[in-house]
Design a protein around this ligand. Structure first.
Ligand code: C2E
Ligand code: MG
Ligand code: MG
Ligand code: MG
Length: 285
């Protein structure tokens, strides 16, 4: 009957919540020890300039492997890190490692200056001393501030307009660029684009992956590109998986791309091999 059916689905629902809460607790338990136990690793994904077809930087992406619970993707553990406040330590670790690595690469490997992009959680970006954390890490690692980009999502700006403008101004004064990640995916207004000193919009990959076939997506990507260029911002498209998508983006006038078509995010050594292999060769064949 309907009554028993209703009760049993409720029960299943309850069990699912318990299971996911249990899983979150288990992840949290292991996450607390992850830095000390050297379980994190940074992967790097190249960013390609669509005009020159050359690499002009890379995004650092965090990977976590724990002996007991295995490889957990960032989309699973970052929200837990945010809820528990662990994200502050994790973001700092990523920032340090990414700056340290990029300093080494710019000193020894790259034939021209390359920026590293680091994702910063909205929670972290909104802490009052965020710009000082960045400054400290730059001093400590010796990386030229012009070789660092911060990626934040639109959620970073919710309810904190004045503080955010101040922080962004400080970062800009230091020479750091800021990109809005996953642009178009959130619910925020366009208002902040006028007021905030940012440098680039990264169009969310949900608008990109079918852009060669879907007229609505083409319209959206065109409109974002036009808007960005009118505001003197660069446009980056993420999630490029096919040559057809690249062709459309070139036509639209997108500035930079990133995606599996060029390369998946790679561990340090494999990334170095890719760079060597691509010397004097286009990334887009
Ligand atoms: P994001 O910053 O938007 O990063 C892009 C995500 O898209 C990455 O997933 C990347 O591996 C994936 N990707 C790149 N190219 C393609 C493609 O062609 N096709 C598809 N389907 N996916 C592609 P990943 O590494 O799993 O990271 C997911 C999210 O987790 C990131 O989204 C970012 O929001 C967060 N994240 C990753 N590393 C960090 C970190 O160090 N700190 C913080 N706070 N967040 C991080
Ligand atoms: Mg990102
Ligand atoms: Mg993104
Ligand atoms: Mg994202």
């Amino acid at each position: 009957t309907a009554k028993t059916y209703g009760r049993s689905t409720y029960k299943i629902y309850e069990e699912e919540i318990c299971q996911s809460q249990e899983k979150a607790l288990l992840i949290e338990y292991h996450l607390r020890k992850a830095i000390d136990q050297h379980e994190f690793e940074l992967y790097f994904q190249p960013k390609i300039d669509l005009i020159t077809k050359e690499m002009n930087g890379m995004e650092a992406l965090l990977r976590w492997n724990n002996e007991e619970i295995g490889s957990i993707p960032p989309d699973t553990f970052i929200p837990i890190a945010e809820e528990t406040g662990l994200i502050l330590k994790i973001d700092r670790w990523v920032l340090e490692k990414a700056c340290e690595q990029n300093k080494k690469w710019n000193d020894t490997q790259f034939s021209k200056p390359m920026k590293v992009s680091v994702n910063i959680s909205p929670l972290h970006f909104r802490t009052p001393n965020f710009q000082h954390v960045v400054q400290q890490v730059l001093e400590q690692t010796g990386l030229d501030p012009n070789l660092l980009e911060i990626e934040i999502t639109e959620n970073s700006f919710i309810n904190q307009t004045e503080e955010c403008i101040e922080c962004l101004n400080e970062l800009r004064k230091m020479g750091i660029t800021v990109a809005i990640d996953d642009f178009g995916k959130g619910y925020s207004s366009l208002n902040y684009l006028r007021k905030f000193p940012i440098h680039a919009l990264k169009i969310d990959r949900t608008f990109i992956h079918e852009v060669s076939r879907n007229m609505d997506d083409i319209a959206i990507v065109k409109a974002i590109t036009l808007l960005a260029h009118e505001l003197n911002l660069k446009v980056v498209a993420e999630g490029i998986e096919t040559k057809e998508v690249i062709n459309v983006l070139e036509e639209i006038g997108c500035d930079e791309i990133q995606g599996f078509y060029v390369s998946k995010p790679l561990p340090k050594n494999e990334f170095e091999n890719l760079i060597k292999q691509k010397t004097n060769q286009s990334f887009l064949i």
